[in-house]
Design a protein around this ligand. Structure first.
Ligand code: CA
Ligand code: CA
Ligand code: CA
Ligand code: CA
Length: 465
């Protein structure tokens, strides 16, 4: 009875109710925190998937940009001359903030007329396609030419020569197989041509500092972290000027085309092409001028187009009528590594024998004030004179056939930034993509102005939502 009463009166029930309440409270608390947790993580997941969607949009924009670049390159008014070097191209491509649906792309370019001596000008990017013939070719440059590059040392230049030459004989200051075998981990010396400029990382003695220089994100402009000494990497000299590394000035992809724009084979300036040369000159300049020119050239085998121009006594206008049809090679194997005097920066021109650091700035100023001549190599003779022209001519061209597109892209609201560099080769007739490298890891490359515009646009869209 006692026990029943106790039971009915709920003596032992009271603690039971209390503990139920506690349990319920705990469960409620648990549910709330679970809800909070899932709410938070689904917001995170949403943001991540939004970021991923934006990246995919940016990738799509890069695909679009690749096709657009190919279209531009196959429709050049003057073959071998990029639109920015033409005075009045019938088609001037859009190169910045090109909208593709919600995304956009930019062709990150270079201004080759920017003299190294001009401080503070290169803080915002220029846009456009880039001429690969504006750079020094790692596979054809001589030791002396390599040594003239910024940041280069004699040891490094020699190691580059040893890396690409077939033999295993160590050149003065160079490095061959035995050196690479001593490294930890050891690897082989290539003893074959470079296939990409990134391969320079493997050459003995190379450092990232020499390769990238102050331009850590490889965009050709001075970003804030590249002008603040050691506050943020890279280490720079804080002088308000960008001093880039080797990567800025070298290529492995420059080679001349063996066909003219209408698909016919170019005429060789060598002995084997003499008859065709006569026909070409007669066609374009008439019999009398053709005979005079051929007589002056005689049996010489011009080492370059500039050499032929100097030896022939032609006028610049006459030369322009045949330049696109000529090659100083044998007409069978395309000549590699010719440097386009109309698009190369001062630092590259300075590497060429006959030009050097004393004449390079003069060439840059001349072509700046004479933009109509940026489709020929002939004008160089006026600046360099005969002797220097004959020395430099074998390394020079006035036009190009290999180009690169450094494409930066963003998805909706400026999110999902991607960057890709694509190299196009038109030297074998038609356009081929010969290399495609993802450069997204180098970080934002479009400069502070575009960054601010993106932020403002994003803010505006979020406010109106
Ligand atoms: Ca070797
Ligand atoms: Ca930079
Ligand atoms: Ca720095
Ligand atoms: Ca600097």
């Amino acid at each position: 009875m006692n026990a029943r009463r106790r039971f009915h009166r709920g003596g032992p029930q009271a603690p039971s109710r209390g503990s139920t309440l506690v349990i319920v409270l705990w469960i409620a608390l648990g549910l709330v925190s679970l809800g909070l947790y899932f709410g938070q993580s689904s917001a995170l997941a949403l943001r991540a998937s939004d970021q991923r969607a934006a990246s995919i949009e940016a990738e799509q924009a890069i695909q679009g940009a690749t096709r657009y670049a190919a279209y531009v390159l196959t429709n050049l008014d003057i073959p071998g001359v990029l639109p920015q070097f033409q005075i009045a191209p019938t088609f001037r491509p859009v190169t910045e903030n090109v909208r593709v649906g919600d995304s956009a792309f930019w062709f990150l370019g270079r201004d080759p007329d920017l003299l190294a001596s001009t401080p503070g000008r290169n803080v915002q990017p220029v846009f456009g396609l880039v001429d690969e013939a504006s750079k020094l070719n790692l596979n054809t440059a001589t030791l002396e030419m390599l040594e003239a590059l910024p940041r280069m040392t004699p040891q490094l230049a020699a190691a580059i020569m040893d890396w690409r030459d077939e033999d295993d004989e160590v050149s003065t200051d160079g490095a061959e197989e035995s050196t690479y075998q001593r490294l930890n981990p050891a690897y082989r010396c290539k003893n074959a041509p470079f296939e990409s400029i990134e391969e320079l990382r493997l050459v003995y003695g190379m450092t990232l500092d020499i390769l990238a220089g102050e331009d850590a994100n490889r965009n050709g402009i001075l970003d804030p972290n590249e002008d603040d000494y050691d506050s943020t990497p890279p280490l720079d000299n804080r002088n308000g000027r960008l001093e880039p590394g080797l990567w800025e000035y070298v290529t492995v992809h420059s080679q001349e085309s063996l066909t003219t724009t209408n698909g016919t084979a170019k005429v060789s300036l060598g002995a084997q092409g003499r008859q065709q040369l006569a026909t070409l000159l007669q066609e374009r300049l008439g019999n009398q001028r053709a005979n005079e020119i051929l007589q002056r050239v005689g049996n010489q085998n011009p080492a370059g187009l500039l050499n032929f121009f100097v030896q022939s006594g032609m006028s610049v206008d006459e030369f322009a009528q045949v330049e696109g049809d000529l090659t100083a090679g044998d007409g069978q194997t395309p000549r590699q590594g010719l440097i386009n005097v109309n698009s190369a920066p001062e630092a590259v021109l300075a590497c060429i024998p006959g030009i050097g650091i004393d004449m390079a700035p003069q060439l840059v100023s001349y072509r700046q004030s004479n933009p109509s001549r940026r489709n020929t190599v002939a004008w160089v003779a006026e600046i360099l004179g005969t002797q220097r022209s004959l020395q430099a001519g074998r390394y020079l061209t006035g036009r190009s056939s290999v180009y690169s597109a450094d494409v930066c892209a963003v998805g909706h609201l400026g999110r999902g930034y991607r960057r890709c560099r694509i190299i196009f080769d038109a030297s074998e007739g038609g356009l081929r993509i010969v290399q495609r490298a993802d450069w997204s890891h180098l970080g934002w490359a479009l400069g502070s102005q575009t960054w601010q515009q993106m932020q403002q646009q994003r803010q505006l869209t979020q406010n109106t939502r």
